[in-house]
Design a protein around this ligand. Structure first.
Ligand code: M6R
Length: 603
């Protein structure tokens, strides 16, 4: 949440900062700003709204070669120009951009007020700039070290000082911050996407570390200010493109990238017909000792976990549960060294998921991360990691990362069941057909468009299904509400009659996910119950089952023939397309839905 960019080099900083902010906008987009520094001092330009609004405000005439920028997702204080970053200190000595939350901000603020400092904004960030000014005794790095030590919570900060044009100072705790080298200078940012084609190598700051970056070099320091050397990471030429190409939205592009993303994910781990995870290689004895698996995640990643819970139980008989990460911490789940806690996250920086991981580690459980972003906090902190190979996902609504999480979870379920000889699975060779299944479902585009026409004026939509169809209903409902702003709820089909069915009246839209043959008849009963009360039913099913659904008002049927276990891969695509086209017809901002950000780095 919130994106940071900084540049210091031989060229005008403005284009680098604005381009970087555009790339980081997925992290937050309620306001944006930049601060530029040269011999004449610090200039700050900020605006409420998207980066394009800021861009219009940044007129010609700036030639500073050093600057910092920020795109915000509001935590403290409403989205406004005043609360936008960068924040200047009282006398304009420091300008600060920040990602994270300063938990002791109120205490620091009241202490600073006693010292005569006043505050212009409602943000927690402003306490950092004021505290820097208060602590300053001539050495900006020593001052940042002292200031960072008194901050509680999470922060990635980039700072410039009026008397040191050409220098950017950085500090990090729990929020991501990266320093990178390129031909045109040095960059600091929250995500390498910010300057993807401009950098050759980068350094990941660890918690507590500080950096002093100039146009020629970057120096790193430990929490206590001692110089440290860091190992650079090199940019791989295969990094996926972060451009929209010919697609009108990233979401549609990413939906269409799913067959390739699945292929890349499967081929990374299936070798000669077997599953090999290079970074998850417990011994057979260790695997056999696992007595419980906890799948922990947020949002769509939780829905992947929910679906996988059914698959793990089916394949391995191992006791498996799915948990929402923000709840997991307070559930007092009994964990031991024989528990395997699997944290699933596209970004690898979701604060609730990270906190759940740290809790599991503290309780002695083994931890495995399934993550898309390489070297992200969750990937680095877990005992083991398996990367999904979805490539960069920009749209706030996840599609290809979600489907790749499912693929990794299926491989993991097989891997565990195979190695532990619980129930040897017969389904496995079919897993290689997943990219083809997803590809075929892209031809549901026209059907999804027609369904969207039927749904676009709805106030409420109910999604129903059983077992993995239910997990998919949850994901379908989240996708629809997230981008179209229509209120959606997903229910296990059998649960409707215990209360929710009272909401069904003439014309109420119900999306019935009924892809699984083994439980089809039971879901059909629920469809009949809502039809009898006037519901308008859209069924997501298969060609094989559709003849039983003549009562439904609209049917999207997959022509693929797959075993029940793989139906989530078949149903996900039309549900995503349906949400996309409904949001499009409603004129919503599909890639940047209101109030959201792609990585949620606050608890
Ligand atoms: O980066 P993560 O996978 O940890 O993110 C988890 C959720 O915030 C995320 O899946 C969210 O629900 C998506 N925007 C849904 O499309």
């Amino acid at each position: 949440m919130c994106g940071i960019i900084g540049y210091t080099g031989k060229n005008n900083a403005v284009p680098y900062l604005l381009q970087g902010l555009h790339k980081l906008e997925y992290r937050g987009y309620d306001s944006a700003g930049i601060a530029l520094i040269d011999e004449s001092g610090i200039s700050v330009i900020k605006r409420k709204g998207k980066v394009s609004v800021l861009e219009e405000a940044v007129t010609e005439g700036f030639s500073a070669t050093t600057g910092i920028g920020h795109t915000r997702w509001a935590t403290h204080g409403e989205p406004s120009q005043l609360n936008a970053h960068p924040h200047l200190s009282e006398n304009g000595m420091f300008a600060v951009v920040h990602n994270g939350i300063i938990e002791n901000c109120d205490k620091i603020k009241s202490d600073l007020r006693k010292d005569g400092y006043s505050f212009l904004s409602d943000t927690d960030t402003e306490v950092i700039s004021q505290l820097l000014e208060k602590n300053y005794k001539g050495d900006p790095l020593a001052c940042l070290k002292e200031t960072a030590a008194s901050l509680e919570g999470s922060f990635a900060v980039a700072v410039i000082h009026r008397d040191f044009p050409g220098t950017i100072l950085c500090a990090k705790k729990s929020s991501p911050l990266i320093v990178a080298r390129g031909e045109e200078g040095f960059f600091v940012f929250s995500d390498t996407l910010a300057a993807q084609n401009r950098i050759s190598s980068y350094y990941l700051l660890s918690d507590g570390e500080l950096a002093l970056v100039t146009k020629d070099k970057a120096d790193f320091f430990s929490e206590d200010g001692k110089p440290i050397s860091k190992v650079p990471h090199y940019i791989s030429s295969s990094t996926a493109s972060s451009d929209k190409g010919d697609f009108p939205h990233y979401m549609l592009k990413e939906i269409y990238e799913q067959p390739k993303a699945l292929k890349d994910t499967l081929s990374a781990y299936i070798k000669d017909g077997d599953v090999i995870f290079p970074n998850f290689n417990p011994t057979e004895k260790e695997l056999k000792a696992i007595d419980r698996i906890h799948l922990v995640a947020c949002g769509s990643a939780y829905h992947a976990a929910l679906c996988a819970k059914y698959i793990f139980t089916q394949l391995s008989s191992l006791d498996t549960s799915a948990h929402i990460a923000s709840e997991f911490r307070y559930e007092k789940t009994v964990l031991s060294k024989n528990s395997l806690v699997v944290i699933i996250s596209q970004s690898g920086e979701t604060a609730d998921s990270l906190a759940a991981l740290l809790l599991a580690k503290a309780e002695g459980a083994k931890t495995l991360a399934i993550v898309n972003v390489k070297n992200s906090a969750i990937a680095l902190k877990a005992d083991y990691v398996i990367y999904t190979q979805a490539g960069a996902e920009i749209s706030v609504a996840t599609t290809k990362a979600y489907i790749c999480q499912l693929a990794v979870l299926y491989m993991l379920a097989y891997f565990i069941s195979d190695k532990t000889e619980y129930i040897h699975s017969r389904f496995f060779p079919d897993i290689l057909s997943l990219p083809r299944l997803a590809e075929k479902e892209l031809s549901q585009n026209e059907n999804a468009l027609s369904a969207a026409e039927l749904l676009k004026n709805s106030e409420h939509i109910y999604f129903i299904g059983r077992n993995t169809d239910y997990a998919l209903s949850m994901e379908g409902a989240l996708k629809m509400k997230e981008i179209s702003y229509i209120h959606c709820e997903a229910y296990p089909a059998g649960e409707l009659k215990h209360g929710t069915i009272s909401l069904i009246e003439k014309g109420t839209p119900v999306i019935a996910v009924c892809l699984r043959e083994d439980i089809f008849k039971k879901t059909l009963s629920a469809i009949k119950e809502v039809k009898a009360r006037g519901a308008y039913v859209i069924a997501i099913t298969t060609d094989k089952l559709k003849s039983n659904l003549t009562d439904c008002d609209f049917v999207i049927a997959s022509g693929s023939e797959q075993s029940d276990i793989f139906t989530p891969f078949v149903g996900a695509v039309p549900l995503q397309l349906m949400s996309y086209y409904t949001a499009l017809k409603r004129g919503c901002d599909i890639d940047k839905p209101r109030n959201l950000a792609k990585s949620v780095t606050v608890e």
